[in-house]
Design a protein around this ligand. Structure first.
Ligand code: ADP
Ligand code: MG
Length: 324
């Protein structure tokens, strides 16, 4: 199941995503962490010293790998919304998955992937969505199961919804400070995407006392408010160079993160709806832009027999080759 941390800039997305990843990695043998913010700080927040390769620079090798043995594309390139084929390479939530082993950085039970930062060459020319394209293709080829944990730290505001990421997550969590502006980012999101309101939750952050809690509770439906993280003096101590304070910061949040984790694992994914949305988005993007840009019909001739179920379901006994 995939959870995306969203919210206003500075609300604490990276800090709480990192704490949640650490918390979840104590309960599960594998957590896939995605830094989907071009202001990449998740690795630092997780104290992962070796920086992962930047997926934002690696769209060509990533899609070469994901193509696998597919024959439906011919000479056509993959774009970030190209739906998979039955012959594609897929990605599994495990350390020895070839793509995760190549591009991820491991720490304990955590594997970190990152889209990377803007480089000098991007100044004035690159858009955030092109940086995200490798990560987006990976998510559309990721076969995570109901007990797998995938955590994405996103860019500020509601920008992520302008890409096919809007349907790529099973749960969204808005990190909200007890201020009007911070709450407004959450309200804007559910207004823009009512279809996602049901799986979009709120985590109050930097909360000092009952007044702050009541303020946030006054803006969010009770079943969508998962709890509060206090304004933490332990976090400040940790950021001042006292590593022992991290454990105290984690303990402060253990209860609320148990609830976030339980809520995540209670989500369900409709793979058919996922594929439908991917196909619809791909068609629209091809017609609006990509077909003209490439001078090719990138939406035509694609593997119509593909379904995620066909890849995920174990073969029927009658389809399993008999051993001699
Ligand atoms: N619960 C908290 N208590 C104290 N400080 C916090 C808390 N959460 C975040 N911060 C601080 O707020 C600042 C912004 O947090 P960050 O996670 O980088 O925000 P975002 O990723 O949303 O831009 C950082 O300096 C961080 O240390
Ligand atoms: Mg951040």
């Amino acid at each position: 199941m995939r959870i995306a941390f969203l919210g206003k800039g500075g609300s604490g997305k990276t800090t709480t995503a990192a704490s949640f990843i650490r918390h979840a990695s104590g309960k599960s043998p594998f957590v896939l962490a995605f830094d989907a913010d071009v202001n990449a700080h998740l690795g630092a927040a997780l104290s992962i010293e070796s920086e992962p390769p930047h997926l934002g620079e690696l769209f060509t090798p990533i899609t070469e790998y994901l193509k696998g043995k597919r024959t439906d594309l011919g000479e056509k390139p993959m774009i970030m919304t190209t739906p998979p084929s039955l012959l594609s390479n897929f990605i599994r939530c495990q350390f020895d998955d070839p793509l995760i082993a190549k591009y991820g950085r491991r720490q304990g039970a955590i594997a970190l992937l990152t889209v990377g930062k803007y480089e000098q060459a991007d100044v004035g020319s690159a858009c955030y969505h092109s940086k995200l394209s490798g990560a987006i293709s990976i998510l559309h080829h990721l076969l995570d199961g109901p007990n797998d944990i995938v955590v994405a730290d996103n860019t500020a505001g509601t920008d992520a919804v302008a890409t096919s990421l809007w349907f790529a997550y099973d749960m969204h969590i808005f990190v909200v400070e007890p201020t009007q502006k911070s709450v407004q980012v959450y309200k804007d999101f559910i207004k823009l995407l009512p279809a996602l309101a049901d799986k979009t939750y709120v985590l109050g952050n930097k909360v000092e006392g009952a007044e702050d809690e009541q303020f946030i509770a006054g803006h969010v439906a009770a079943d969508k408010l998962l709890g509060f993280v206090p304004l933490s003096k332990h976090l400040k101590r940790f950021e001042q160079g006292h590593p022992e304070a991290l454990e105290l910061f984690q303990q402060e949040q253990a209860k609320v993160f148990d609830k976030v984790l339980a809520t995540l694992l209670a989500q369900t994914r409709d793979w058919n709806l996922y594929l439908q949305r991917l196909r619809d988005t791909h068609l629209r993007l091809c017609h609006e832009w990509y077909n003209d840009f490439h001078g090719l019909k990138l939406d035509e001739g694609l593997d119509s027999k593909f379904s995620y179920q066909a890849i995920l379901l174990p073969p029927l006994p009658s389809e399993t080759p008999k051993k001699d």
